[in-house]
Design a protein around this ligand. Sequence first.
Ligand code: MIC
Ligand code: SF4
Length: 648
Amino acid sequence: MEYSDTLIGKILSEHLKEGGLVPGQEIGIRIDQTLTQDATGTLVYLEFMALGAERIRTKLSVSYVDHNMLQTGCENADDHRFLQTAAARYGAFFSRPGNGICHQVHLERFAAPAFTLLGSDSHTPTAGAIGMLAIGAGGMDVALAMAGDLFYMTVPKILHINLEGRLPPWVGAKDVILYILSRLSVKGGLGWALEYGGPGVKFLSVPERATIANMGAELGAWTSIFPSDEMTREFLKAQDREKDWSPLAPGKNALYEKKMNVDLSGLEPFVARPWSPDAVAGISEIRSIQVDQVIIGSCTNSSYDDLRLVAALLKGKKIHPQVSLVIVPGSRQVLGMLAKDGSLAHLVEAGARILEAACGPCIGMGQAPASGGISVRTFNRNFRGRSGTSDAQVYLSGPQVAVAAALTGKLSDPREMGDPPEVHTSARYRISDAMILPPPAEPEKVVVKMGPNIKKLPLKDPMPDALSLEVLLKVGDNISTDDILPGGAEVLPLRSNLPLLADYLFASYDAAFVSRAKAAGSGIIVGAENYGQGSSREHAALAPSYLGIQAVLAISFARLHRANLINFGVIPIRITRGDFKRIDQGDRLTCRNVRASVLNSQILIMDFQDKGLQMKGRLEFSKREREILVAGGRLNHMKKMLNKRAES
Ligand code: MIC
Ligand code: SF4
């Protein structure tokens, strides 16, 4: 049995440049494509520039604008202009604001089976729907890949999800992934990659596979991938890209660490209750809850198929008077097709409010619910406060449950709506890449334009050898990057302005944190399990580093956030649950020989003198990560390496 016979193993073997395919070991792989979006992308391009790189060296890089779309001041528009000029200057395609959500557009126009994609967004694995090895990463990793460097990752263990049977009427792809979340939980995917297979796969269209692959991010998994089969070929053909198709199937000897069976025919409509994507319940368990708002969209459920189904269900009907229904198409292609086939008219006539093709309310950019409001959303995350209203209750569902709620005014079972309309996946999409600007012929003539809100990246000092730090904050399990650094219309425009952005750290969690951190000048944060789950936003590591956070102690870390902490020189130290319980906010901790320990040892001795306690923190790093940490972060480390190269 062999790892290299799995889908993931096959692609990794083809792209392997350093290390061996042994789960748990660090490898370096070649990246074919990258994607960035505006909320993380400004930092990626600033990092790319700080590296002194001149030209993008991947086969294809695309810079999308889809998150920070509200232009209430100059900030977001300046960011868009910066990204457009930087893409032209350095050699990326630029997907203009209005063209759609990065994952949806990438799937439509660029993703290809058997290639690697690295994206500065946690839902990059959406492209796994067509057999691409697509991974979300911190911006610094993406900037380095764009500059031609390898991407370093731990070889994941592979969970094979065997899909059997066919989905019953009224049950959709979202219900499949919600069901898997209910079985595995938001930390169940840590260290794993998910490979889908089995006889049920051939019945799932590419947009359905995309919904499932998209929300693998909520399991904390490295990535999710489907085979590339006839269905994939049909999709690419319908996108006028059949030439990008190649078959990809696992070999007979594929070695899977674990297997899980999912009988599609036994599934029912599910919802995730507030505050976690894994708080899943069958619709029959929680029906009848009154609903104030329904939003259909986000990179999880905004495909043409999804919205055509919604239009067919709403045709000739009116939404409930208590409900505000908002529809957010995933791309300009989707919106254009809905307009052309008449679906848009059905949506508008039913009472839907149509937004531009972008992330919108999913990242708190408008449509915050009323106070205490109940919102049903076809999104992928329902962390507390992410909607923009801290006491709103957000439920996640598929489009079927969402429509049923919009029509009845309460959470209700779509199976009571009679026979579902027949909606077949499109045999031919309308194609226009007019909103995707290719790199120009004479890039050296392009001037990169930076607005006043775009600030340079600060460099951190190398790691000190002795630390004496206060525990500035102690938090519980599953703290998300939304808790660490919120999204939303007030904060997102500051993504390129670290000094102002840092003032929002833990804003909705502990409003006094920032002033405590500023007064102390340095300190540590203590977390429990799965610290930093959710988004890839490296600002959630960079801003603490900027405020002097030297280390985070936690029982376990989410993969993306752990990598971001290391990239910005903050030490992620693992502790036991017993030690977690013994530490209190306000404790002071001292450590000696920090540099030597981080470089060479598996443990760091931490003294809590006031309590008379000594603890051993676990330092679980690769050699490369150790060097980055001691240098004070990835930029310092890269500069050191480049200097060394220049000297020799
Ligand atoms: C999200 O869904 O949380 C985001 C916004 O797309 C993030 C990226 C970001 O914070 O900019 C993600 O998922 O990585
Ligand atoms: Fe955008 Fe929401 Fe998808 Fe993140 S999860 S990329 S905010 S649509």
